[in-house]
Design a protein around this ligand. Structure first.
Ligand SMILES: Nc1ncnc2c1ncn2[C@@H]1O[C@H](COP(=O)(O)OP(=O)(O)O)[C@@H](O)[C@H]1O
Ligand SMILES: [Mg+2]
Length: 234
């Protein structure tokens, strides 16, 4: 599997820490409390893969509106206009208007939408922001069965690498089925230092078919790009 194509994160100094990137076709969790850069890192992957490899990406938000996300991404030096022919961002409002199915069954709406759009366009990258909010707005009877089904369905879509965002704190008490169903888990966290500074961290907790470190890196954004460095302890 070492010769399998990999999807780079384009976070500086991270891809070299995991054999060049995330194996194609993986279903990867990006997990962290609110405000840990889950949305930003995910878009970073789509944006740079579109610019540098021409890969098409689909970003589905069950949380923030498309406008709000676009404003945020612009402030992080990633203007959605640069990649508008490659990346589609859709939010709940849009899905509600577009997909003709029972609007209360959001898991079905989500699947229908992805299937419809894949029928006409070869999207290679998918971000779901977030699995946690999709769960919250859906009426899921059997969580384990539903998650198992979503993961199997995603794995069966050929040539699609998926990133499922999860709000870590909410599921602390429960068994995290998604963590053993996923092919990889990237954990994001942050810590307040004194009164002004926040330090952010990233760890590759799990990545199937990949040699990688599991320790935490410091995650930095310098106004232009994301970067990881070895944790500087003080
Ligand atoms: N241009 C920026 N530079 C630095 N930090 C930013 C910038 N834009 C947003 N942030 C910070 O990023 C965090 C939100 O990132 P986001 O990717 O939405 O996190 P999450 O999806 O995990 O909630 C907020 O704490 C916000 O203050
Ligand atoms: Mg977010």
């Amino acid at each position: 599997m070492s010769d399998k194509e990999r999807v780079k994160t384009y976070i500086d100094d991270l891809d070299s820490q995991m054999s060049g990137g995330i194996p194609e076709d993986h279903v990867v969790l990006i997990s962290g409390n609110p405000g840990t850069f889950k949305s930003s890192i995910s878009y970073n992957i789509l944006y740079h893969n579109a610019l540098e490899n021409g890969r098409k990406g689909l970003y589905i938000s069950f949380q923030q509106s498309r406008e709000s996300l676009e404003t945020q991404f612009r402030s992080l030096n990633m203007d959605p206009k640069d990649v508008e022919d490659k990346i589609t961002i859709v939010d709940v409002g849009y899905l509600r208007e577009t997909v003709e199915t029972n609007p209360d069954d959001w898991v079905e709406v989500f699947k229908r939408y992805v299937e419809n759009i894949r029928a006409t366009t070869d999207y290679e990258l998918l971000v779901v922001d977030s699995l946690t909010t999709l769960e919250m707005i859906s009426n899921i009877e059997d969580r384990r069965e539903t998650l198992f089904h979503i993961f199997e369905w995603l794995r069966d879509i050929q040539g699609l690498t998926s990133f499922l965002l999860t709000e870590r704190a909410r599921t602390k008490e429960t068994l995290r089925e998604e963590e053993f169903l996923a092919d990889g888990t990237i954990i994001l966290s942050k810590e307040r230092l004194g009164k002004v500074e926040t330090r952010r961290y990233l760890a590759i907790d799990k990545m199937r078919s990949t040699k990688h470190k599991t320790s935490y890196f410091t995650l930095l954004f310098d106004g232009e790009r994301f970067q990881v460095t070895r944790v500087i302890s003080d």
